[in-house]
Design a binder for this molecule. Structure first.
Ligand code: AP5
Ligand code: MG
Length: 215
């Protein structure tokens, strides 16, 4: 499957993407995970991105397109991909349209995961993430805690709060989403690609996506 996952911070894009990869070997491409990996590794990309991310601002479009042009042409994308957190602005969506045209790739759907704001705020305050840049497994102290407190089930690294999970950064990320990313729903509606899924159960979101794709 070739999907875009839209949705506010905390809507469950990463959680749903990981569930979908198990269905047909499509790969999850999270620009947030790529950037956090670069910050942890101390690369030039990471150094440039860190300030924006910690504040809850978007990283410049040019940096993101530089990453995605290469990433979408890697071999593991041939089976399909789940774009998690990309595109995030109208210019990114326009650039993606051009890139996919050039590569001869057709999207199946843009899924808008619609979750109430109070649920989102609660989830972001209680999320924990594996700090190993190559793993970044997602947990939640209420709904999905690691088996051993503070330790990742998958790789044994510490499970921590993300640097952008301060109250100030969370509210700024939600504001940025409303201003810059929510307009993408209209953009993909015009292209006839939007499927809105309202609900707080990730199983129900996955079932709705499977139903729409006829899986
Ligand atoms: P990014 O990493 O993409 O963060 P985000 O969009 O803010 O989204 P989140 O990862 O916070 O939420 P999610 O929807 O993945 O939810 P999750 O599954 O974790 O981006 C971070 C930063 O990088 C940006 O601010 C920006 O600076 C930069 N960036 C990234 N991409 C960019 C781009 N394209 N352009 C420019 N800048 C970019 O779930 C949240 C929590 O809820 C978890 O604890 C989970 O366990 C729990 N949960 C999920 N589903 C359920 C459920 N059904 N029931 C109960 N709990 C649930
Ligand atoms: Mg995520």
């Amino acid at each position: 499957m070739k999907l875009i996952l839209l949705g506010a911070p905390g809507a469950g894009k990463g959680t749903v993407a990981k569930m979908l990869t198990a269905l047909d070997g499509s790969v999850q491409i999270s620009t947030g995970d790529i950037l956090r990996g670069a910050v942890q590794a101390g690369t030039d990309l990471g150094k440039e991105a860190k300030g924006y991310m910690d504040r809850g601002d978007l990283v410049p479009d040019s940096l993101i397109m530089g990453i995605m042009e290469g990433r979408l042409q890697e071999d593991d994308c041939k089976k399909g991909f789940l774009l998690d957190g990309f595109p995030r602005t109208i210019p990114q969506a326009e650039a993606l349209t051009e890139l996919l045209k050039k590569l001869g790739i057709k999207l199946d759907m843009a899924v808008d995961i619609d979750v109430p704001r109070d649920v989102i705020l609660d989830r972001l305050c209680t999320r924990r993430t594996c700090e190993n840049g190559a793993c970044q497994a997602i947990y939640n102290v209420k709904s999905n805690p690691p088996k051993k407190e503070g330790i990742c089930d998958k790789c044994g690294s510490p499970v921590v709060q993300r640097a952008d999970e301060t109250e100030e950064a969370i509210s700024h990320r939600l504001e940025t989403y409303n201003q810059k990313t929510a307009p993408l729903i209209g953009f993909y509606k015009k292209a006839g690609l939007v499927k809105t899924v309202t609900g707080t159960s990730s199983d129900a979101v996955v079932a709705a996506i499977k139903g729409s794709l006829g899986l």
